[in-house]
Design a protein around this ligand. Sequence first.
Ligand code: TA6
Length: 286
Amino acid sequence: MNIQSKNVIVSFDKGDMQFFEVKTANSTALITNYGAHVLSFKDAQNHEVLWVSEESYFEKGKPIRGGIPVCWPYFGASIVANEPAHGYARIIDWEVEEVCDLANGEVKLVFSLRGSKLPVNYQMLSATMEIIVGKTLKMKLTSYNNSTKELKLTQALHSYFNVSDIANIKVTGLENTTYFNSLDGSEYLQNSEITINEEVDRVYLNTDKTCTLVDSAKTYKLEIAKSGSLSTVVWNPWIAKAQRMVDFGDEEYHNMICIETTNAKSDARILMANSNTVIALEISTK
Ligand code: TA6
């Protein structure tokens, strides 16, 4: 572990989880190498941008409910029986490769996931996650195919955002975009900005657009820009699904929305032999 930063406090809590508390002139963040998971990002005005369930597990082998889980090397259910939803990356300790201060006042953290930590059928893959905390939060996930065969990859930076109340928000940037509705298996066209008044679980397709989360009770807007992704997932479990999730409070659907940076559905990536692919996001308050 190569920690060369005067802006990071390393701590251990919740059993043997390792946390990195990052403070810059313009923000604070809380990150754990368990899943290369960002748990908190607060801007210069101390607005907490991310949401974590009060009921979340913080237990090795179980995913954390909130923040920005890394869904990898597949998004959603596996085609292989008895495999965890959303892959293995979010339930494994990543190696801490680097923690350092950049000249512009940002802090960079680099984590790696070696193939040897994955089940045998995924060991030809590996990944690195670069997180840069500054005025904005930047994440760059690079996936490597270390084999001589091409491989299919689906993935997500599954961001949970904090909202005053789900009734107060709209998401713009996905107008006139077709989405796959995971609830009924059909495709629809999103005619206008997105508002939420029921369970929503949608994969917006063929879009590289920046999304904006507008909350009428907040003084700022949230922008989620991306690269290496042509699909965006919008999810809120609403009442019944919230009640079914043990690690999600029955009323917590009021205070979160997922706007996820993905390679999902038709946006799956074919990784050629000995090649890599990058997906990245940048979250900023405006
Ligand atoms: O990204 C949306 C989604 O696939 C939903 O269908 C819901 O399952 C959500 O992810 C959370 O999945 P998880 O495995 O973290 O409970």
